[in-house]
Design a protein around this ligand. Sequence first.
Ligand code: PMP
Length: 415
Amino acid sequence: MNEDEVPCTPLSPEEVRPDFPQLNRRIGDYPLAYLDNTAATLKPRQVIEAIDHFYATCPANVHRGIHTLSEEATDAYESSRKRIAAFIHAPRESELIFTRNTTEGINLVADCWARRRLKPGDEVLVTVMEHHANLIPWQIVTEATGATLKFARLHPSGQLDLDDWYSKLSERTKFVSMPQVSNVLGVINPVKTLTAAAKAVGATVLVDAAQSVPHMPVDVVDIGCDFLAFSGYKLLGPFGIGGLWGRYELLDAMPPYQTGGSMIHTVTLEKTTFADPPQRFEAGTPSIADAVGFAAAIDYLTNVGMDRLHQREIELSKYMHERLAEIPGLRILGEYFEGKPGIASFDLAYAHAHDVAQFLSDEGVAVRAGHHCAEPLHHEFNSESTSRASLYLYNTEAEIDQLIAGLGTVREIFG
Ligand code: PMP
């Protein structure tokens, strides 16, 4: 082994738990077992302090004032962009646009890229496992342009049916969009291979990375896609801020999404010329403090190490799936596979998902119930709703045991 290749020590939750003040909470008589990380993660004090520090020192507007506070705010905002861009290996920091969330990133691409180019006869290819955020914008855009929306189907295991996906890819396919990780099934799609195939037929590719960027190393150059969207609050950051990465040539060829201040080059009463990316897509005053908090979350994850985080999550996911398999009448949507991310969406033969979540909450366990913004996917599994337990770096085996004990109570009452 090369001297520089120091084997990384496995991540222990005890290493990070003291950073999360929320973990000290008790829900009634129970310690909080926060297993709703696919919906939103907890926030470490480093992120809270970074936001607090921004407001305490330089809460001025960016890009405008020639005074110290404004210059500091601008530096903080642009340095955040740089660190977040580097985290996903963007070749240029100007390729990272601040959005509100993944949804806004996908809508921006659907509106400013796809809507201007699609025509009748063209096709857009998505999958049956989409979150609504990566489905509805494509429904709207294909309806508006006369293009056709196609859906690649799934195997009963929950894995994408690659034969079906390839059979729907053709010279007519002008846009391909897919999730890297499903928020319901935990399935990891082979986005690099699929992107290469899509590019070979001349399609533009977007990756919905809402559930991958927080949980595994992601490299936009390695994937080879054109656009990649993600959200800050799913990776320890604040709500209200996300990132859209796009190849510079494509961004540069796109019109603005919204118009107004901050996104212009010159304005006369009759006409406006627009700023270069990323400013062209950031009309109005941005969420500066949230960008600062977002970057603090990225720094936190970088310090932990995404490989270590991913390995730990896979290990805990295995334990969670083994323990859930002990519960009679419990069905998990999608088969377990080695290396499955920490997501288990399940239904019980004898209790409704909302009742399950309520009884678990009474015992301190936070899970989500519903269709998780993936209604068509639930219908594919003949399910209306599931309870979803999902993990992150601070979760412990003891919290999984608390979930299993709570499901024992549910069974006593309903089973
Ligand atoms: N795609 C996936 C796979 C998701 O899990 C989510 C959020 N649950 C979204 C898109 C939408 O993210 P947001 O609500 O942050 O826009």
